[in-house]
Design a protein around this ligand. Structure first.
Ligand code: VGL
Ligand code: ZN
Length: 196
């Protein structure tokens, strides 16, 4: 149990809650839709506190190197401006959420919201020091975003009630959580969040 209270300098990062990663999508994450309700609750708490909400999205060109047709590991997914790349219908992103598109170049994979984006600079310019990270998928984009956030000097809380894993190999998600916490991420759930 890690009690936490939201404070100035906190921001929420919602990682890749896009239709292609939900059940029925092109690269469905098992139980991927289970992150939406807890993330909506986290979003409401950040909004109520006047704190920024950031949503990253996988935003690939049609010939992205991660697709099997190009020799990559994944089925075609999250092609920019297609329905599968849209955020989940039920995700209650604020109007003023920052949208960060990543892995937009055909020849470069980017599992982290920090890779080839201006996210770190924007966060630092806004005075952000602590990041709360949830979304999809635990073992890919959440894992890499959390590790880059720590490497960039942010304090990181991992929203363990609002992440789900692909689990290409059984246990990948649990290993990713162990790796993130060993690197310094602090696991929290909504129950750990104190009243404002
Ligand atoms: C992701 C696999 C491929 C993710 C993105 O968002 O975790 N996983 N592209
Ligand atoms: Zn992708």
């Amino acid at each position: 149990m890690n009690t936490v209270r939201l404070q100035p300098g906190d921001a929420l990062i919602v990682v890749d809650v896009q239709k292609d990663f939900l059940p029925g999508g092109a690269l469905a994450v098992p139980e991927g839709d289970a992150v939406i309700a807890p993330l909506n609750a986290w979003i409401a708490r950040f909004r109520a506190a006047g704190l920024p909400v950031i949503a990253t999205r996988d935003w690939h060109p049609p010939n992205h190197c991660s697709f099997r047709e190009q020799g990559g590991p994944w089925p075609v997914h999250c092609v920019a401006d297609t329905p599968g790349a849209a955020f989940a219908d039920d995700l209650q992103l604020p109007e003023d959420a920052w949208i960060v598109s990543k892995a937009t170049e055909a020849e470069r994979e980017a599992y982290s919201g920090f890779q080839d984006t201006d996210l770190a600079e924007r966060l630092k310019a806004a005075g952000v020091r602590r990041l709360f990270v949830g979304g999809l998928a635990t073992d890919y984009c959440v894992r890499n975003t959390v590790k880059d956030a720590l490497a960039n000097g942010f304090t990181v809380f991992l929203l363990t009630d609002a992440i789900r894993a692909v689990n290409v190999n059984p246990g990948d998600g649990d290993r990713a959580i162990a790796e993130m916490t060993a690197a310094g991420a602090v696991p929290v759930t909504l129950d750990d969040l104190e009243a404002a």
